[in-house]
Design a protein around this ligand. Structure first.
Ligand code: SF4
Length: 361
């Protein structure tokens, strides 16, 4: 049974310079059409009481109070058993009344697009907030009873120095947050940075930023539990669904579902979506694809993969299915401990290369 629901809300008040996500500039008519189409999409899928719900975007808080109320009331029947109910927030668009509304519908976790604690960097990224908005946003959420807070930080920006990144990390650690996601800047061809031909920081320098972050966060008790995610003891339950390769349902334009061995991708074309042509593709994954993806996602998590889970799920032996495991263990990149396969400290930063070798058939 599908217990995780992702809802894509594709509206933003302004477009960030690096963004290549499925999003459009906020417009009342488009939001109206979106909410109507989302209601129809919800009616077209089997009912489930989800354990986790994640409202992502775009910027869900770009919706005004009335629109947000409508969105949350559409989702209310599906949230009766929800344990973790997350919303993505941009600091400039959160108001006390929106925070109160979220809480009244059971939202208990917020992921805040902070990105940097340097106003120059925020401006360069075309973010809509300034550093002074960040603390106010967290205070507003906490005053309204939403206390499971995560922030996103970005590194590898043009002009960013290790000093300014260090300052951002240390300021982040003064906030009442439980979770932090860390992303390196990618230059997407369809983003403004891509069109302006902005150059990415070189890989070696970017690695220095990444390892520095891991050190600083560790000093503050934030352990890396996934390649890009850190917490003291509150991992994202919703995202663990993806990494454990369990089923999830995605609704809204551009959302993706994994249901009964099928990957279903929703259309990114808003007009098609509004017309009820929700799905752009529906791919039946082969058994081999599913096993490969299970490994690919599972090794992203620090604790790795329990061999018993693989056995229960596929009725097969992981070590026999992936004969390269042994040589990666011998090279000290993977380790097998307590019947769990995981990347070693040395192998973890090389995960992509390592997975390439492991999944060779
Ligand atoms: S807020 Fe997020 S989705 Fe919206 S433009 Fe910026 S990066 Fe893209």
């Amino acid at each position: 049974m599908t217990r995780a629901l992702y809802v894509h809300v594709p509206f933003c008040d302004k477009i960030c310079a690096y963004c290549d996500f499925m999003r459009v500039v906020t417009h009342p008519k488009l939001i109206e059409d979106y909410l109507n189409a989302l209601r129809r999409e919800l009616e077209s899928i089997p009912f489930s009481a989800y354990r986790t719900i994640y409202l992502g975007g775009g910027t869900p808080t770009a919706l005004n109070d009335q629109q947000l109320d409508r969105l949350l009331s559409l989702l209310k029947p599906y949230a009766s058993d929800v344990e973790e109910y997350t919303i993505e927030i941009n600091p400039e668009s959160l108001t006390p009344s929106k925070a109160a509304l979220m809480r009244s519908y059971g939202i208990n976790r917020a992921s805040i697009g902070v990105q940097s604690f340097n106003d120059r960097e925020l401006k360069l990224l075309h973010r809509g907030h300034q550093v002074t908005d960040i603390r106010r946003t967290l205070d507003t959420l906490i005053e309204n009873g939403i206390t499971n807070l995560s922030i996103d930080l970005i590194y590898g920006l043009p002009l960013q120095t290790l000093e300014s990144f260090d300052r951002s990390l240390r300021l982040a650690m003064t906030l009442p947050i439980k979770h932090l996601s860390l992303y390196s800047l990618t230059i997407e061809p369809n983003s403004e940075f891509g069109r302006l031909n902005v150059k990415k920081m070189d890989d070696e320098r970017e690695e220095d930023f990444y390892f520095h972050a891991i050190d600083v966060l560790r000093q503050h008790g934030f352990n890396q539990y996934e390649i890009s995610n850190f917490t003291r003891c509150d991992p994202s339950q919703h995202n663990l669904t993806y990494w454990h390769y369990e089923e999830y349902r995605g609704i809204g334009p551009g959302a993706v579902s994994l249901i009964e061995g099928h990957r279903i991708e929703n259309t990114k074309n808003l007009m098609d979506y509004f017309a009820g042509k929700f799905h752009a593709s529906n791919e039946a994954l082969s058994d081999q694809d599913q096993r490969d993806e299970f490994i690919l996602m599972g090794l992203r998590v620090r604790e790795g993969i329990a061999l018993s889970r693989y056995r229960q799920r596929y009725g097969r032996d992981l070590l026999k299915d992936y004969p390269h495991t042994e040589s990666l263990i011998n090279q000290g990149l993977l380790e097998l401990q307590d019947e769990r396969l995981r990347a070693t400290d040395r192998g973890y930063p090389l995960l992509l290369t390592l997975l390439g070798e492991l999944l060779e058939h």
